[in-house]
Design a protein around this ligand. Structure first.
Ligand SMILES: [Zn+2]
Length: 566
C-alpha cells in the first residue's frame, strides 16, 4: 500500500508506506515534520495488537458463507454526485457455488443504504451485521453452478482511516477531486463486495458516471466514455485480470492526460493541469522502474490493462494498473532522503515502491491481512533491487542498511490470522532485511535470481499465505529455511549471535540465541576484508580467530542479526 511511515502524522502504513496522506499541495508543511529519530514513533499497533471488533471478526474470517462460493466477476456501475457527496448504483456480482448453500456473505459499510439485491427479477432477503451483509436465497444454490446478483446501494460514504477510504475534496485550485484509498478500511467502505483477501474476481468492469468535464481514472483500460445527456458522462473501464477489492479505485478530477509506451506496454499519466510540466521528468522514472522489475521477475503482469500513474491527494497507493501518486514530484519520500544514507534522493520513492506492488501485492497477493508482508516486505525489498539494477549491489546494500534503524522488533511480523489484523510496520523494513539475509544464506546469486523469478511466476495472479512462500524456497533451494523464516516472521526478536572470547587467545565460542529450537544459519564473521563463513546453531561451537574482541564483527550488510560479545 501506500506508504507513510514514521512521520509526526497520524498516518500509518497500510499498504505502503507510501500510501499516504497529504496532498501535493498541502503536504509540504506537515511533511517536513519528519522524525529525526525514526525510533521515536512507535504506533500503537507496533507495540501491541488491538482487540478485534465484531466487524473485524466478520471481515477477517473466511466463514462458511464466504467459503461456499468463488468470485468470478464484478461490474461496479455507479453515479458519483460531487455536490451531494453521494454514490448510487449497483455492483453485479457473479460467483460459482463450491458447495450447496442458501446464504452468502457480502460486505457494505453501515453508512450506506442497501436499496435492493436481485437475483434476476427476484428480490432477495438480507441481514446486516455491522459491515457484513448476509444474503439469503429462497432456493438452494447448487455447487458448481454460476449465479449473478445485482446489489443496489446508495448514500454518503463515511470518510475514515488514514487515507480517508473515499474522500470528496477539492484540488488546490478549488475543483472537484474525489479519490479512494481503502486498503486499511476495506473497499466495502464505498462499494458492496466480498470484502476479504482470499478470493478475487477474475475480471471486472467499472462504470462511473460523473459530471461532464471531469475525468474518472479507474483500473484497467479505458473502454470509452458516454455522454448520458443529463449533464453526466459515464467512464467505462475494463480490468482483464484478478484484482484485490482495495485496489479498485476512483480518481475523479480535472485531470490532463499524456501517454507514452515501453515497448508494447501503454503508459498513461494523469495529473492536475498545473502539474503537467513538472510531472513529465518525474514520471519518466516509470520506464526505468518497469525495466528493473521486469529484469528480475518477468513481464509487467497487467499488460492488457497498461500502466498508469495518477496524481492523488495522498502520498501514494498501489491501485492495480492505476498507481496513485502524491509525492510532490520530488525524489526521495516527500522530498527527503528518508532512509538517511544518501541513496533515496536518486529516485522517486513513491513511483518505485507503489509500482513495485504491481508484482507483489497485486499480482502475487496475500490471502490474509496477517500475511501482508508478502506485499510490503517484498515490495520494500524490490526497492533495493531497483537500486541494484541501476547502481549496483554496494548501493543496494547501503540502501537496505538505512532500514535497520526503522525496525522495532516489538512484535512478530505475522499478525493473528482470520481477524482482519494489521501487521506491524516491521513487515516493511524487517521483511526486506530478512529477504536480503536469505540471499546471503542461499549464497549463490544465480540461484537467488532464479528463485525470485520462479516464485513470482509460480504465484502471480494468486492469493497465497506465508507457508506457500516458505515451501517454494525450501523446494527450490533444497534447504530447510523454515526455522529462518519462522524466526524472522513469527517472533519479535531477530537471531543474536552469542560470542564468548575465552581465556586462551585465538579461540572463541559461538552459538545462536533464537526462539526457534532448530535455528541454524550460516553467517559471515570476522572483520572487513577478513570475513569467514561459520554455521552456528543453538549449540556452542568453537573457532580460531586472530581478531580481538573489539575487532570481531558480523557482516551486517548481508545479515540482519544481532551480535553479543562477552
Ligand atoms: Zn507498500
Amino acid at each position: 500500500m501506500g506508504l507513510v511511515f514514521r512521520f509526526a502524522l497520524p498516518l500509518g502504513l497500510a499498504c505502503a508506506f507510501v500510501c499516504f496522506q497529504a496532498s501535493s499541495a498541502q503536504q509540504t508543511s506537515t511533511a517536513q515534520k519528519t522524525d529525526e529519530n525514526p525510533k521515536a514513533h512507535i504506533r500503537p499497533n507496533d507495540a501491541g495488537a488491538a482487540i478485534p471488533t465484531r466487524f473485524d471478526m466478520l471481515r477477517g474470517a473466511y466463514g462458511p458463507s464466504r467459503a461456499n462460493n468463488d468470485l468470478l466477476y464484478y461490474h461496479l456501475d455507479i453515479r458519483v454526485e460531487p455536490e451531494q457527496q453521494t454514490i448510487r448504483g449497483k455492483n453485479t456480482i457473479r460467483f460459482r457455488m463450491l458447495q450447496d448453500g442458501t446464504r452468502i456473505q457480502l460486505d457494505l459499510d453501515e453508512a450506506l443504504n442497501i436499496d435492493k439485491i436481485l437475483l434476476g427479477d427476484e428480490s432477495l432477503k438480507f441481514e446486516r451485521d455491522t459491515g457484513a451483509v448476509f444474503v439469503d436465497f429462497p432456493q438452494t444454490l447448487r455447487a458448481g453452478r454460476v449465479y449473478t446478483i445485482d446489489f443496489y446501494y446508495s448514500g454518503h460514504p463515511k470518510e475514515t482511516g488514514r487515507f480517508g477510504g473515499i474522500t470528496f475534496k477539492e484540488d488546490p485550485a478549488g475543483r472537484t477531486w474525489i479519490n479512494t484509498a481503502c486498503e486499511e478500511t476495506g473497499a466495502s467502505i464505498w462499494w458492496p463486495n466480498k470484502d476479504q483477501w482470499r478470493d478475487e474476481v477474475e475480471s471486472m468492469d467499472i462504470s462511473v458516471a460523473i459530471p461532464n468535464g471531469l475525468t474518472d481514472v479507474s483500473n484497467g483500460h479505458l473502454v470509452g466514455k458516454t455522454d448520458l445527456g443529463d449533464g453526466y458522462t459515464r467512464w467505462d473501464w475494463h480490468v482483464s485480470y484478478p484484482i484485490n477489492n482495495y485496489d479498485v479505485s476512483l480518481n475523479i478530477g480535472d485531470y490532463v492526460h499524456y501517454s507514452d509506451r515501453l515497448g508494447d506496454l501503454p503508459l498513461d499519466f494523469y495529473v492536475l493541469p498545473e502539474d503537467l510540466e513538472r510531472s513529465k521528468p518525474q514520471f519518466a522514472q516509470a520506464k526505468g522502474m518497469i525495466e528493473a522489475y521486469q529484469h528480475y521477475f518477468g513481464p509487467y503482469p497487467f499488460a492488457k490493462d497498461g500502466y498508469k500513474l495518477i496524481e492523488a491527494p495522498y502520498s501514494g497507493m498501489e491501485h492495480q494498473s492505476a498507481v496513485t501518486y502524491g509525492n510532490l514530484f520530488k525524489n526521495g519520500y516527500l522530498g527527503r532522503d528518508w532512509t538517511g544514507v544518501g541513496i533515496s534522493p536518486r529516485f522517486d520513492f513513491i513511483i518505485i515502491h507503489e509500482s513495485g506492488h504491481e508484482w507483489f501485492g497485486n499480482a502475487v497477493s496475500a490471502a490474509d491481512h496477517a500475511d501482508m508482508w508478502i506485499h510490503e516486505g517484498w515490495t520494500t525489498y524490490l526497492e533495493s533491487l531497483y537500486v541494484e539494477y541501476r547502481w549496483g549491489k554496494d548501493d543496494a546494500l547501503k540502501y537496505l542498511s538505512g532500514y535497520r534503524p526503522k525496525v522495532h522488533n516489538l512484535r512478530p511480523i505475522l499478525a493473528e490470522p482470520g481477524v482482519n489484523a494489521n501487521p506491524t510496520e516491521d513487515q516493511y523494513f524487517k521483511g526486506a532485511l530478512m529477504l536480503n539475509t536469505l540471499r546471503s544464506v542461499v549464497n549463490d546469486d544465480a540461484k537467488w535470481w532464479a528463485l525470485l523469478h520462479g516464485l513470482f511466476q509460480r504465484f502471480k495472479y494468486q492469493n497465497i499465505l506465508t507457508q506457500d512462500v516458505i515451501a517454494y524456497f525450501n523446494l527450490h533451494t533444497g534447504m530447510n529455511l523454515t526455522p529462518i523464516f519462522d524466526q524472522y516472521l513469527r517472533h519479535a526478536n531477530i537471531p543474536r549471535l552469542e560470542v564468548l572470547f575465552g581465556e586462551a587467545p585465538g579461540t572463541l565460542m559461538y552459538k545462536w540465541d533464537a526462539d526457534e529450537q532448530n535455528f541454524a544459519m550460516p553467517v559471515r564473521v570476522g572483520a572487513e576484508g577478513k570475513w569467514q563463513m561459520i554455521v552456528p546453531t543453538t549449540k556452542w561451537q568453537s573457532m580460531k580467530t586472530a581478531l580481538k574482541k573489539d575487532e570481531f564483527q558480523v557482516d551486517e550488510d548481508h545479515y540482519y542479526v544481532d551480535l553479543n560479545k562477552q
